[in-house]
Design a protein around this ligand. Structure first.
Ligand SMILES: NC(=O)c1ccc[n+]([C@@H]2O[C@H](COP(=O)([O-])OP(=O)(O)OC[C@H]3O[C@@H](n4cnc5c(N)ncnc54)[C@H](OP(=O)(O)O)[C@@H]3O)[C@@H](O)[C@H]2O)c1
Length: 330
């Protein structure tokens, strides 16, 4: 049946300005790293995209290598986008990235101009788009001058293939230098994408300050620690979870077991706040005003709806924040 977006989709969220730019992003964005590859059920992928957009999520994050196999998340996204969402193109913020391994040989990864611009062309072709809204350098390349990688991002914008550019996984010093180069080129950095969660707070050590000082937006990935910061592993490792899925080698059962005491203690704090653990984990990353958006993954639409409910939660008290820190030390 022809998809018609929910008429009330913009009454459900308030949007956050992305740094000092003109762009606003939803507080929750949806990433397509998992559950959108060729190996995954297409109707489930479609249901999640529809659910997200119907509930005010306007930002969808991809990368050249998402799948499996690599590239297939962009192909699947492109097919679903063409079938359901084309009339809404101007309401979607679609991002992709280049920098991790995508094809064989010396040009298939990292930050050379050759890799970055060839990869962007491939991504546009797979998604069937004329442009992406945000094009990222997925990781800094220690062997390529920053000027070359930033020059490629600048070219992506000048050639009309990207509206904005972003940096991902850059440490504070290289981040500041990259932002300066982009500024000099006349293509300001829109956003930085980094990992941030209750269990991984590295960006608090200098990067968030640098982001705030430079007036750039910030989107944080894996805020649920790939599902560990939810109630799904409290009793067992479900067979349909990421930790039990051999297509998802980035979350190991051993890691889940090791973190269980912390997860159980955090779950009790969440319940006292009247939230699910997943909701509390997202409220916690969004408590920092420098964080523009929490970039979640999902394997079913109900998870997206559960997370969205966190936006109504009360602010954390000092006592709650202290209890959370203590639970993370267990
Ligand atoms: N820039 C980078 O280097 C980089 C790296 C990694 C990710 N990312 C981006 O960040 C996005 C999100 O990463 P992520 O998937 O690791 O994020 P995440 O939000 O930490 O984990 C998502 C997983 O958590 C579980 N989940 C989500 N909502 C839930 C709920 N309400 N209740 C119970 N479980 C729930 C699901 O696990 P199950 O599948 O087990 O149900 C889901 O697949 C990616 O899609 C990608 O766009 C970027």
């Amino acid at each position: 049946m022809t998809y018609q977006a929910a008429a009330d989709r913009y009454s459900k969220l308030s949007y956050n300005r992305c740094g000092r730019s003109g762009l606003q992003l939803p507080p929750i964005s949806l990433g397509l790293w998992h559950n959108f590859g060729e190996v995954d059920a297409i109707e489930n992928s479609r249901a999640m995209l529809r659910c997200a957009f119907d509930n005010g999520i306007t930002h969808f994050d991809l990368a050249n290598n998402y799948g499996p196999p690599p590239g297939s998340a962009e192909r699947r996204f492109g097919a679903l986008f063409a079938q359901d969402f084309l009339p809404y193109r101007d309401e979607w913020i679609i991002s992709t990235k280049a920098g991790y391994h995508m094809w064989n040989g010396p040009y298939g990864e990292w930050g050379s101009r050759k890799h970055m611009l060839s990869s962007l062309d491939q991504s546009l072709k797979r998604m069937g788009l004329d442009y992406v809204d945000i094009f990222y350098s997925h990781r800094p390349d220690p062997d390529t001058p920053l000027e070359e990688t930033m020059g490629a991002l600048n070219t992506a914008v000048r050639s009309g293939k990207a509206l904005y550019v972003g940096l991902s996984n850059y440490r504070p010093t290289e981040y500041r230098e990259a932002v300066r180069i982009l500024q000099d080129l006349g293509t300001p950095c829109l956003i930085h994408q980094a990992r941030y969660s209750l269990f991984d707070r590295w960006i608090e050590d200098g990067l968030l300050d640098a982001i705030e000082e430079t007036g750039v937006g910030s989107i944080v990935f894996s805020p649920l620690e790939q599902g560990m910061l939810t109630n799904k592993y409290l009793k067992t490792i479900p067979t349909d979870s990421r930790a039990a899925n051999s297509n998802s080698p980035f979350l190991q059962e051993a890691s889940v077991r090791e973190h269980l005491p912390k997860i159980r203690a955090l779950n009790l704090i969440a319940l006292e706040r009247g939230q699910s653990l997943a909701q509390m984990a997202i409220s916690w990353v969004l408590r920092r005003k420098t964080v523009t958006s929490a970039l979640i993954g999902a394997s079913r639409r109900e998870q997206i709806l559960d997370i969205l409910a966190c936006l109504d939660a009360a602010a954390f008290s000092d006592a709650e924040l202290e209890a959370i820190d203590a639970a993370c030390e267990l």
